[in-house]
Design a protein around this ligand. Structure first.
Ligand SMILES: *[C@@H]1O[C@H](CO)[C@@H](O)[C@H](O)[C@H]1NC(C)=O
Ligand SMILES: *[C@@H]1O[C@H](CO)[C@@H](O)[C@H](O)[C@H]1NC(C)=O
Ligand SMILES: *[C@@H]1O[C@H](CO)[C@@H](O)[C@H](O)[C@H]1NC(C)=O
Ligand SMILES: *[C@@H]1O[C@H](CO)[C@@H](O)[C@H](O)[C@H]1NC(C)=O
Ligand SMILES: *[C@@H]1O[C@H](CO)[C@@H](O)[C@H](O)[C@H]1NC(C)=O
Length: 504
């Protein structure tokens, strides 16, 4: 039954697999019923690639034909979703007209023809609040996944009406969601050479986007600025923060008041994080001790190839990815239908989570018209963008961080405790092993409870600019699972109050 589902996926997404060989694992954990044939190896590999880090790509990529007459014009406009905004708290909620809600495209100067799509929501509290940008992962998944399912101003109801989210991050910030790298979400290009392959390309485009944004919105340029995001954004965020910091130092453009960056269940230091898969799985009783021993041997090889990738780059990184992915696939083979974003849960349907309402909503004619996206179809996760970034995957982005925290830019690393794919253990390890002047003091800092409504919602550690928070009762998508705690986390952190018990 399962393999039928998988082979369907396999047929639909065969192009993704074309440059991956069959799982190369030398040791297969002893679960013959799951890994009995090469067909199921293919299926596992397919499933892993397709669902990796977020959604199944519904469509390919937004690379449009040159000179497409229906290409959206370049602009930004204030928009009003053509949906009824109501829900439980309609009487408490303000009307959407009271707020600056913008959507639009900026041209990217370092590309041939790329246009980057974004949403901008002015704070529901005060326009002097910090500006926060959110980046979803993938690579290749739209930030609208987070907007509508995690921390945006609205949630989508069954009937596709919108409700105010009482814990939207726009309650304490002026909030930007951007669809990047090029080809993701509503972003598009007419030249496939604009696809990005590394963090240099990604962070330059984000820097250029930010310059264009603050030029258009000078009123916000002096506000505090924070970079946030999740999952594969554990790569983007350190690169982007570092790019902004360098731009500021070189007086390149509009100075950006970068105060901090926050990574949620991210992939930042693959060498360390791949080593944590087996340990986390054992700790959570997902695998046996002998499975764990066997994975340790696979990890030795993964670690070697990751080191090589980080020294030599290029094709050595494709092979490191392949070697290391077998560790994750072997664990998944033991878990069958477990949701690897939240090991307490089963995958519902093929996607683990059902985000189809968002896709339906954003592809509605009147919504697309309101957003000014012309004929561009919404792509929730693009496999082309994903594949284009393959040689970036195993690179260690932690190396960008010490220079930032030494300069007093705050870093928050947080992780929902039930996520397997970017688990808290791996994140905690790289954060503790990071070589910076505060390493020793951070290591010996006391773990304190993170209190929400007087109850422990997590455990945190802080020294200087660095804070780590393990969030209870949450998986990969912390703002979706713990909306109230995540909003308080953001607010406390931006106010410099996270890391010490503060009660309510
Ligand atoms: C509505 O808002 C009030 C006041 O902010 C809050 O106490 C209540 O829990 C909210 N109700 C729902 C259904 O979200
Ligand atoms: C926003 O904050 C500023 C500075 O604290 C204050 O002067 C202003 O009155 C506030 N505006 C609103 C609408 O509360
Ligand atoms: C709302 O804005 C005011 C400034 O007007 C600020 O003092 C306050 O902390 C903000 N509230 C939140 C929840 O961020
Ligand atoms: C890892 O590399 C070292 C040094 O190159 C080598 O001695 C060792 O055998 C390698 N281990 C594996 C598992 O490939
Ligand atoms: C840590 O960083 C310092 C300063 O860059 C460097 O001198 C030192 O060798 C590093 N230590 C380790 C163990 O990598």
């Amino acid at each position: 039954m399962e393999s039928k589902t998988f082979s369907l996926i396999f047929l639909l997404f065969i192009f993704i697999l074309s440059h991956f060989s069959v799982l190369t694992s030398k040791r297969i954990l002893n679960n013959p019923s799951v890994l009995s044939s090469s067909a199921s190896l293919w299926s596992l590999s397919a499933e892993r690639l397709i669902k990796s880090f977020n959604l199944m790509p519904k469509l390919d990529v937004n690379v449009i034909a040159k000179g497409n007459p229906d290409a959206p014009r370049l602009f930004e406009s204030q928009f009003d979703f053509p949906a009824r905004i109501g829900g439980g708290n309609v009487s408490h909620g303000p009307s959407v007209q009271e707020f600056g809600h913008y959507a639009g495209y900026y041209s990217l100067p370092r590309s041939k023809s790329a246009k980057m799509f974004y949403f901008f929501f002015e704070s529901r509290n005060n326009s002097t609040d910090p500006v926060v940008i959110w980046l979803s992962g993938g690579p290749g998944c739209s930030s609208s996944v987070a907007l509508f399912n995690e921390n945006g101003p609205f949630t989508i109801s069954e009937d596709l009406s919108l409700s105010w989210n009482d814990f939207g991050w726009d309650k304490v910030s002026n909030l930007i969601y951007v669809d990047q790298p090029v080809g993701t979400g509503f972003s598009y290009t007419s030249d496939s050479s604009d696809l990005r392959h590394n963090e240099a390309g990604v962070s330059n485009d984000l820097y250029d986007f930010l310059q264009a944004f603050f030029k258009e919105h000078p009123k916000f340029a002096k506000n505090d600025f924070y970079i946030t995001g999740e999952s594969y954004a554990g790569h983007y965020i350190p690169a982007f923060a570092s790019r902004v910091h360098t731009g500021n130092k070189k007086k390149e453009g509009i100075p950006i008041n970068l105060k901090g960056f926050a990574i949620g269940n991210g992939l930042t230091n693959p060498e360390i994080q791949y080593g944590a898969y087996g340990d986390y799985a054992l700790q959570m009783k997902l695998i046996s001790k002998s499975d764990h021993e066997s994975l340790k041997q696979d990890y030795a090889e993964c670690q070697n190839s990751t080191k090589t990738c980080n020294l030599k780059g290029g094709l050595t990184c494709d092979s490191a990815y392949e070697v290391c992915t077998s560790i994750f696939n072997q664990i998944m083979a033991k878990l069958e239908n477990t949701n690897y974003y939240d090991v307490r849960k089963k995958c519902v349907g093929r996607l683990c989570y059902d985000f189809s309402k968002m896709e339906t909503f954003l592809n509605k004619e009147n919504v697309r018209k309101a957003l000014g996206v012309g004929d561009i179809k919404f792509v929730s996760c693009s496999s082309t963008v994903y594949n284009a970034m393959m040689e970036d995957w195993m690179l260690n982005l932690e190396v960008k961080i010490p220079a930032l925290v030494e300069d007093g830019i705050n870093l928050l690393v947080y992780a929902g405790e039930y996520d397997l794919i970017c688990n808290w253990l791996g994140n905690s390890r790289w954060v503790n092993q990071m070589n910076w002047s505060g390493q020793k003091d951070f290591g010996s800092a006391k773990e304190v409870p993170f209190l929400v409504d007087g109850k422990e919602a997590g455990l945190m550690k802080n020294h200087g600019s660095l804070t780590f928070l393990k969030v209870h009762d949450a998986g990969h998508m912390v703002p979706m699972d713990q909306p109230k705690a995540s909003l308080q986390m953001l607010q406390n952190w931006m106010q410099g109050k996270l890391g010490t018990p503060i009660g309510q």
